[in-house]
Design a protein around this ligand. Sequence first.
Ligand code: MG
Length: 229
Amino acid sequence: MTRDAGPDAPAAVLFDMDGTLVDSEKLWTIALADYARHRGGELTDATREAMVGSNMTRSMMMLLADIGVPDPDAEVDAAATWVADRMAELFRNGLPWRPGAPEALRAVRDLGVPAALVTSTIRSLTEMALETLGRDNFDVTVCGDEVGGRNKPHPEPYLKAARLLGVDPASCVAIEDSPTGVASAEAAGCTVIAIPCEVPLQPGPRRVLRDSLTDVDFATLGALFTRAA
Ligand SMILES: [Mg+2]
């Protein structure tokens, strides 16, 4: 049962996935480190941190350069396939929620506003994650291989979600955990609830920092537009 969201409610809530709804960034770290070792290298903390929130191609280019592969362009597709296969194994073993994430999805549904999943992760892995997240919790889903290469921090993923929902991105609240994702949502014009997971986040315009999804009052999201302005 939904209720009238009211004039102050956002037009939609746009959720990032990895690190925001599910604690999958740690699984990405395992898969990426496994690949680096498979190639005789080591994933450094600095490179891993720079990848958080990025799409597969960009992440793999960084990793291949980091471990000294002479021609990353020639190997990026094979490397991405290897890591996607490893991630699928890890996803199958269970995908842990971030604190408050199931309640947050339910609260947005109860609010009666549309919800989108806006992820840099490819469709095939996202479909596995949706088994945990619940397909019915989202009106649209936008994946990293569905934005014409214009991945976060480019605004296109969030712009596309807003287009699909038929709403103004400036009237949407995005929820993100990474600097790359926050930059994407802000460039699209969204107000952002920034909840750091693996990487610290700084305050900024139209950005509301929270420690956890459990600290977000979804019933009063509309107030964020004036508070964060
Ligand atoms: Mg994320």
